[in-house]
Design a protein around this ligand. Structure first.
Ligand SMILES: [Zn+2]
Length: 84
C-alpha cells in the first residue's frame, strides 16, 4: 500500500512544478525523477552529544530520486506546502 494517496502525490508534484524544481539531474543530466513514496523524517540537533528525538525538532522532507543514477533531491515539506 502506498504511503501517499493519489491526490497527495499529485499535490506534491504540482508544488514542485510551481516552484520550478524541474531541472535535470545535477549529477548525470537525466531528466526523469521519481517521487519516493513516503516522508523522510529526521531530527535536527543543537549539538552532537545527547541526541534529542521528538516531535519538536522534527524536520520533514520529500525525496525525488533520479531514475538513472539515484541522485536524491530533498525538498523541505514546510516550504513546499507553502506554495499553492
Ligand atoms: Zn542522475
Amino acid at each position: 500500500m502506498s504511503a501517499f494517496t493519489h491526490e497527495r502525490r499529485a499535490q506534491i508534484l504540482d508544488a514542485l512544478r510551481q516552484a520550478s524544481a524541474t531541472l535535470p539531474c545535477p549529477r548525470c543530466g537525466h531528466t526523469h525523477f521519481s517521487l519516493v513514496d513516503g516522508y523522510l523524517i529526521e531530527n535536527l540537533q543543537k549539538q552532537t552529544r545527547n541526541v534529542v528525538v521528538s516531535g519538536d525538532n522534527r524536520f520533514t522532507s520529500i525525496v525525488m530520486t533520479c531514475d538513472r543514477c539515484g541522485y536524491m533531491a530533498r525538498h523541505a515539506l514546510d516550504v513546499l506546502d507553502g506554495h499553492d
